[in-house]
Design a protein around this ligand. Structure first.
Ligand SMILES: Cc1ncc(COP(=O)(O)O)c(C=O)c1O
Length: 376
């Protein structure tokens, strides 16, 4: 627990009215995080925030009102949500294969005023997407996804990537826009070490970028960074660069602990209630692993601002036992706020979020792109 998870951020006066286990979004904290992101990036035009963290229309509207017009997403449903919110520039940062190829064509046809961009890291994918786009008499912008050492997706910056760039330049149906660099592996708690890793990667990136330019291939746009590298790449002053953190919008208790130097505050919680209390120093809450991210190890999935020393003893699908002498003050039915260690998979398991403003519930927002398919 650190200062960014102070209990007074998460006091709710009308918690008795709120369903549990229920997702909570703290509106002022979201706004605080977005303002800090804009300031760190050097303006809203330098951001392309990833919406996978919240998947929520109302947050897109807040971002848009703050001037953020470029958004990143990972699924066709998220892209459709962004397009129907009138976002002019949408990067679907996922290589389209199988039936998603046709869905991408459908998106482009359905929203002719939206500039869609997607990622390519292989000639086969480029050929398939280009062919379908051309058949539909459409065109889509493409960023070449480079592997920054994360070894998840992306082509190694080098001769094969250069060939892929040249191929995409020559393909009808595709319009080469630039390069993509998601160095999500750079999450070191030690800022010096993180800076070193981000800078080393960025030196490899710029070396390759310079070769691309020397070969006469234009680069209009570079999209790079996750939460860990965001503040470091923001300082680079690269004119074409847009920064694409996602988790910083809602932040979470894991990032608050590994990046204590960052100005963001966890803006997402889960309201949970005591459903059983028959043992000394222990209570059982209704926040099982079906209502919070379970990709973190058992015993380390939540923080309790009101009970900073509580230990997670045993979590099953709908129950969590916590232990701490301080919980003896709790009664059956009492509601407390838990902060998930990982925001993104937590929003994805909730249908809606209760929105807290000035310590009161003011609205309910649907987690709209939690569904894998909207209409396309
Ligand atoms: C391609 C891509 N870009 C950006 C992000 C946002 O990164 P972060 O969650 O570290 O903010 C992610 C996260 O998974 C991602 O996969």
């Amino acid at each position: 627990m650190n200062k960014n998870q102070a209990a007074d951020h998460y006091t709710i006066h009308d918690a008795d009215e709120i369903f549990s286990p229920g997702l909570l979004i703290f509106k002022e904290l979201v706004e605080h995080n977005l303002k800090a992101m804009i300031q760190m990036a050097g303006g809203p035009h330098r951001l392309c925030p990833h919406c996978k963290t919240h998947k929520t229309r109302e947050i897109i509207r807040i971002e848009k009102a703050m001037g953020i017009m470029s958004h990143k997403c990972a699924t066709v449903a998220e892209a459709e949500m962004l397009a129907t919110e009138g976002i002019p520039e949408i990067l679907l940062a996922y290589q389209m294969v199988g039936p998603n190829l046709k869905r991408m064509v459908e998106l482009v046809k359905t929203f002719p005023d939206t500039q869609f961009t997607t990622l390519i890291d292989h000639p086969t994918a480029a050929g398939q997407l280009g062919r379908l786009m051309k058949l539909a008499d459409q065109e889509i912008a493409v960023l070449i996804d480079l592997n920054p050492g994360m070894d998840r997706t992306g082509i190694e910056p080098g001769p094969n990537a250069m060939e892929l760039l040249e191929m995409v330049m020559g393909l009808e149906g595709l319009q080469l826009q630039g390069l993509h660099w998601y160095d999500g592996q750079n999450r070191h708690a030690d800022l010096q070490q993180r800076r070193l890793a981000v800078d080393n990667g960025w030196n490899r990136f710029t070396l390759f970028r310079d070769q691309v330019l020397m070969n006469g291939i234009p680069i209009q746009r570079i999209v790079a960074a996750g939460s860990g590298s965001f503040p470091i790449l923001a300082e680079k002053g690269e004119p074409q660069l847009q920064l694409s953190p996602g988790t910083t919008v809602l932040f979470d208790s894991e990032l608050a602990e590994i990046f204590p130097e960052m100005p963001f505050i966890p803006a997402i919680g889960i309201l949970t209630r005591v459903v059983s209390r028959n043992r000394w120093n222990e209570v059982t809450l209704d926040v099982g692993h079906k209502s919070c991210a379970a990709d973190q190890p058992a015993g380390n999935r939540l923080r309790f601002p009101q009970f900073p020393n509580a230990k997670e003893i045993n979590q099953t699908e709908e129950h969590l036992v916590i232990s701490d002498p301080a919980v003896n003050e709790l009664n059956l039915g009492d509601a407390i706020v838990a902060l998930p260690r990982h925001a993104c998979p937590t929003t994805a398991v909730h249908q809606f979020a209760d929105v807290i403003s000035n310590h009161e519930r003011v609205a309910q927002w649907k987690i709209a792109a939690r569904d894998r398919m909207l209409t396309i």
